[in-house]
Design a protein. Sequence first.
Length: 122
Amino acid sequence: MEKQIKDLYQKFREENVEMIDRWLYFAYKEIPSKVELSMKDRCLSILAVLLGSQGQEEFERIVKYALDQGVEAEAIQEVVYQATAYLGMGRVAPFLQSWTVFFWIEMFKCDKIGKPQIFKIV
């Protein structure tokens, strides 16, 4: 299993190694061995399921992993936008906010008000 996946869940492994190891095996070994999806499609599918199940904390964790796996930011944004039609704005709004903050802060290295850090006065 990829070290990167284990690193994502290191905090949980410290608290309950048996449960996390079983879950990681199921999610990242057993399921992929039975379903053939590209890494991009797997990540986007996981993000869509997390939106539907209201798993915001996990969504935020998987977004960074998905980007590291080569999933385009625009594809993740589209998943969030499309979820609005199926789930409604009330359920999607927290994810939209999380994505927007992540997108501006992480992708463009902006501060929390959206101003690029390269323009910060030192």
